[in-house]
Design a protein around this ligand. Sequence first.
Ligand SMILES: *Cc1c(COP(=O)(O)O)cnc(C)c1O
Length: 393
Amino acid sequence: MMSQTMKTELTQFMEGLHTEGLFKAERILEGPQGSRITVGSREVLNFCANNYLGLSDNAEVIESAARTMERWGYGLSSVRFICGTQRLHKDLEEAISRFLGMEDTILFSSCFDANGALFEPLLDEQDAILSDELNHASIIDGIRLCKAQRFRYRHSDMQHLREQLIGSRGCRRRMICTDGVFSMDGDIARLQEICDLAQQFDALIMVDDSHATGYIGQRGRGSAEHCKVEGKVDIITTTFGKALGGASGGCISARAEIVALLRQRSRPYLFSNTLAPAIVGGTLKVLKMLEEGNPYRERTVANARHFRERMTEEGFDLVNGDTAIVPVMLYDERLAVRMAEELLKEGIYVIGFSYPVVPKGRARIRVQLSAAHTPDDIDKAVAAFVTVRDRLR
Ligand SMILES: *Cc1c(COP(=O)(O)O)cnc(C)c1O
């Protein structure tokens, strides 16, 4: 039973979060995800979803998911290897492998699980992992679950990575791990240099492309396509919960031998339920749409460019980049939270990010653009930023 002392401690902790302005409130949506969402009773313009291609409420995707559910059932009530693999799951694995140009793919309930599944079966005490300091929490947790020696290099600092590759000489296997697009700064990993280093030092490369798959690169194949290193990345993990329709699910695409091992040994695959048919059907539909041409991607990119240009003209401090993640830097934690609240009053839904999601003193509002936005939506957002900045001065 929870003691009175513990109750008091937890209550004090929560009060602390409120006073420091660090409390993360959950806002309730009254309808589907999209460029316009209903928060409470108000319709607002949404600039904080990972809905890069605007497919979360796409009619064809919904229709396909519904039809798949009717044909293949609601759920599998099993893990994959017992009685939870339908023809559909193999189709999706093949479709992703083809889309990403990889040999084989293994599905998970989320990319968080994929990253939790990857390291422990492949690497042990004799091995080393070299990880960018800004990598996603799920990569960090996945690494924690394995016994390999850990080397953390400064964000996108190739000299530092090189030093650590030198320092880890003598290890049996080495794996360089990086986000393809970094979620808080929206910058793209320096994959050309990483591939050169990996080749020189005989290391594996793992890229988590959750914020890239579907819209980064000429055909939306992700950061490897953008950096022109397709075929050189050994392992790609990604999510279906962002650009690819936004429901849930994730995967690891890799060399065939790696995927074969993961099917035998990775714990989230062996001990967690199969991805639901509706999600598999929806994701298959998204991939088919993207194979047939990807007009969404061009809109996402054009929208991001338009927002960056207008905000720069208005004198805002942005982190530069060419993705649809645009951080508006405010540095001060309370200001970021206040500003996001005021923007919501103006009908613009964005989130202020503070510690521990970003480093202390690096608070910001992260704006995310989508193919679903119109140029007019973006101009409204910029106007609201200007109004609120003047109000809070
Ligand atoms: C969102 C994200 C994840 C988690 O993906 P889920 O499928 O939602 O679990 C993992 N890695 C990165 C880099 C992400 O941005």
